[in-house]
Design a protein around this ligand. Structure first.
Ligand code: S3P
Length: 179
């Protein structure tokens, strides 16, 4: 594929942004970067520690700065954290600099993929399902507003989903070039 300079993956926790993104980059022959991992690398601590010390607000500030930096370069796939799109500047920057893919995922699937996770502070609650539903109600309109392309992650394994994304991006590009 004659791929666009920057492909951005957005979507909720447990959408598979990192695993699908890594596979997508492999299939496209470009780099893969993950804003959460980069944030951990820069600060030298895990995300739960950032939440603990600086709260969600501090985490969001850092997340915004990392995404702003990582989205400056093209020829890469950028996976973002589930709440990255809460910031209006981030939404604008991502849409402007890249082609944004929303990985749409059912709550049941999110729950299944995050069940034993201890690295996501927002899910360390007695009722993660309710939390995921609340977050989705809040964020779904923002995912849709930011995305150029929506891909459902419900069916198929990671390599298949990466192929589907490439097809969706080609479709988007054909439409976009023709307009
Ligand atoms: C968050 C999602 C996480 C991480 C942080 C907050 C969120 O990333 O950025 O725990 O607000 O949804 P993943 O979507 O990769 O799990």
């Amino acid at each position: 594929m004659d791929h666009p300079p920057l492909i951005v993956l957005i979507g909720p926790m447990g959408a598979g942004k990192s695993s699908i993104g890594r596979q997508l980059a492999r299939q496209l022959g470009c780099d893969f970067v993950d804003s959460d991992r980069e944030l951990e690398h820069r600060t030298g601590v895990d995300i739960p520690v950032i939440f603990e010390i600086e709260g969600e607000e501090g985490f969001r500030r850092r997340e915004k700065a990392v995404i702003e930096d990582l989205s400056e370069c093209g020829d890469r796939v950028l996976a973002t954290g589930g709440g990255a799109i809460l910031d209006p500047d981030t939404r604008r920057i991502l849409r402007h600099r890249g082609v944004v893919v929303y990985l749409q995922t059912a709550i049941e699937e999110q729950l299944r993929r995050t069940r034993r996770d201890r690295n996501r502070p927002l899910l360390q609650t007695a009722d993660p399902e309710t939390r995921l539903r609340q977050l989705m109600a809040e964020r779904e309109p923002l995912y849709r507003e930011t995305a150029h392309v929506v891909v459902d992650t419900g069916a198929g394994g990671v390599p298949q989903l990466a192929k589907e994304i490439i097809q969706a991006l080609e479709g988007w590009k054909a439409e976009h070039d023709g307009s």
